[in-house]
Design a protein around this ligand. Structure first.
Ligand code: FES
Length: 168
């Protein structure tokens, strides 16, 4: 809502404003009931809206939907002790202590990974995983992306095992 004037100026009648207090809950079906392989869906907002959009997009092609959540309390890590992270391309390995994020640990050995929110909500630090199983604690990845275990958000996510190998 803060950018509605700029959006309307730039995109005219392609912008639809639907305040809940005036229009009620957003009717998602007209927008999302038919998957469109050429369209990306971006959604941020309260958890019930995100859940409804995820459900409505269940039949859409993988990676069509991007959600952004406000940070909530992080779940407890699966692996409560230290683990190792290998940076395969640079040949460095670092021990991640329980009180340190993977992002901070790998930066200490020279990894050049951009970050912004550092709360698992923006996606800036997305990093490819080559081996190991991340403990996904972010609010970005969809279920099928978590299940693939081929990337992680190292600002908040950790390891389910003793070792991760990252493509860094
Ligand atoms: Fe935002 Fe990691 S810095 S998700």
């Amino acid at each position: 809502m803060a950018f509605r004037e700029e959006l309307s100026a730039a995109h005219g009648d392609r912008v639809h404003i639907s305040p809940q207090d005036e229009c009620g809950l957003l009717d998602l079906a007209p927008w999302l009931e038919t998957p469109d392989p050429g369209t990306k869906v971006y959604c941020c907002g309260p958890a019930p809206l995100l859940a409804a959009v995820e459900l409505a997009c269940a039949a859409w092609p993988p990676y069509s939907l991007r959600t952004e959540r406000t940070a909530g309390a992080l779940p407890e890590p699966v692996h409560q002790t230290a683990f190792e992270v290998e940076l395969r391309r640079t040949g460095r390995t670092v021990t991640v202590m329980p009180d340190t994020s993977v992002l901070h640990a790998i930066r200490q050995v020279g990894a050049d990974v951009l970050s912004s929110c550092e709360q698992g909500t923006c996606g800036t630090c997305l990093t490819p995983v080559l081996e190991g199983t991340p403990d996904h604690r972010d609010s970005i990845l969809a279920d099928h992306e978590r299940a693939a275990n081929d990337c992680m958000l190292p600002c908040v996510s950790r390891s389910r095992g003793d070792r991760l190998v990252l493509d860094l």
